[in-house]
Design a protein around this ligand. Structure first.
Ligand code: PMP
Length: 419
């Protein structure tokens, strides 16, 4: 429904009316240091539309109750809304079944869930987990700790100077001892889109399951876990215009059924005696305790919102912004873009000759421009490119070319300060 108000017909076809969508995001009206906010830190977290905020408020004002246990009407309503949110996520990912959708705290918890539950029961000494050289720490550290615990080996497929996965090198490292492949769909530090379908094909040829970290992909492109044929897929609600503290792990039912619980407590059980506990079925087996009920409902509303606009339309707008920003930034003397893969999504990392990223971030902030400066929780990527840090501008569908122009003007100011 919302989509209709956000569309206008242009010569290029049906495009996004950015000014209309911006009105849905109260924070975008804000002034920062007396300047209009230019929010280009969307890879860290996205801003929230009023429709999502209303869903959160509605839950707490109208339906607040615990789920799955109560017989009273409020509890039934809350349970229905929570389960409807699960169904919305299922559709969003095109997962075959709602029981394959597990609500977690975020992408980080999803990785930890699989590392603990699948990993502890599966890995043997000498086994291998294969990741890529462009992973976020969240998709490195849990595997590293697991491998250390199990006497297994963490192997890393290298990336090119453009920031692309070297597929041949990846395939070489895919051996008979590889028990799992864990790979980002989109790199948060470089913006590179990985060829997940091909990676899955290679891994499945030898029956190795694939975990996909979709934290930076789900907000920008249509995800179809059946087309990808991945075994696990994870994302965070807060990067998809939803609330913080909620995220999703999709897993193929057959795998999830064989995995032991990650956390134990209420709701994940079928029956308990002091001698024995019989665990609940999936997905509840993995949702111990009271979950983030409001968060899941809010995430459902965020998915409604995003789908109302249309992921294809979002991708097209962001692609235009990325191409425009790449062109404009490349014109700045002394600026080097880190991550120049042909397939990229919504992220530009860059360094400026002789100026530290933190200084760039601080000076841009004085202009009301929010970017991220640092290692982006991807220190191995920084090491690969021989830089201590980068400045990262990351886009959402509510960003405009004028905001890219403001960024470019801001970078010129930074250079003047250091001249
Ligand atoms: N993976 C990637 C690629 C990310 O960008 C992030 C967040 N920066 C995460 C995982 C972790 O997400 P969260 O902090 O929401 O758990």
């Amino acid at each position: 429904m919302q989509a209709m108000t956000h569309l206008r017909h242009t010569d290029a076809g049906s495009a996004l009316d950015v000014e209309a969508v911006r009105r849905d995001f109260p924070i975008l009206k804000k002034k920062v240091r007396g300047k209009p906010l230019v929010y280009l830190d969307n890879a860290a977290t996205t801003q929230k539309p009023q429709q999502m905020l209303d869903a959160l408020t509605r839950f707490y004002v109208d339906t607040c109750a615990n789920i799955h246990r109560g017989l009273h009407q409020l509890s039934e309503h809350a349970t229905r809304e929570y389960e409807e949110a699960r169904e919305k996520v299922r559709r969003f990912l095109n997962a075959p079944e709602a029981r394959e959708i597990i609500f977690v705290r975020g992408a980080t918890e999803a990785v930890n869930l699989v590392a603990h539950s699948w990993g502890r029961g599966t890995l043997q000494p000498g086994d291998e987990v294969l990741i890529t050289g462009m992973e976020h720490h969240a998709n490195i550290v849990p595997w590293q700790v697991l491998c250390q615990e199990k006497g297994a080996k963490l192997r890393v497929a290298p990336i090119s100077d453009a920031g692309e996965l070297l597929l041949e090198e990846f395939e070489k490292r895919l051996g008979p001892r590889t028990r799992l492949v864990a790979v980002a769909h989109v790199s948060n530090a470089l913006g590179t889109v990985n060829p997940v379908r091909r990676i899955v094909e290679m891994a499945h040829r030898q029956k190795t399951p694939v975990f996909v970290d979709g934290a930076q992909a789900a907000p920008h492109t249509r995800i179809d876990v059946q087309a990808l044929d991945c075994d696990f897929y994870a994302f965070s609600g807060h990067k998809l215009y939803g609330p913080t503290g909620v995220g999703v792990l999709y897993g193929k039912a057959g795998l999830l059924e064989r995995m032991p619980p990650y956390q134990c407590g209420g709701d994940m059980i079928r029956s308990v005696t002091f001698e024995e506990t019989i665990f609940n079925t999936i997905p509840y087996k993995f949702e111990a305790g009271t979950p983030n009920i409001a968060g899941a409902i809010g995430l459902g509303a965020a998915i409604d919102y995003v789908e109302g606009i249309g992921l294809e339309r979002i991708a097209a707008h962001e692609h235009d912004l990325l191409a425009y920003a790449t062109r404009r930034l490349a014109e700045i003397p002394g600026l080097r873009i880190i991550g120049t893969a042909p397939e990229k999504a919504a992220v530009i990392s860059f360094v400026l000759d002789g100026i530290h990223a933190h200084d760039i971030g601080t000076i841009l902030d004085r202009e009301g421009i929010a970017v991220r400066a640092g290692h982006h929780c991807a220190q191995p990527v920084m090491a690969r490119f021989g830089v201590p840090a980068t400045t990262r501008a990351s886009f959402a569908f509510y960003n405009t070319r004028q905001e890219v122009d403001a960024l470019v003007a801001g970078i010129h100011k930074v250079q003047e300060v250091f001249r």
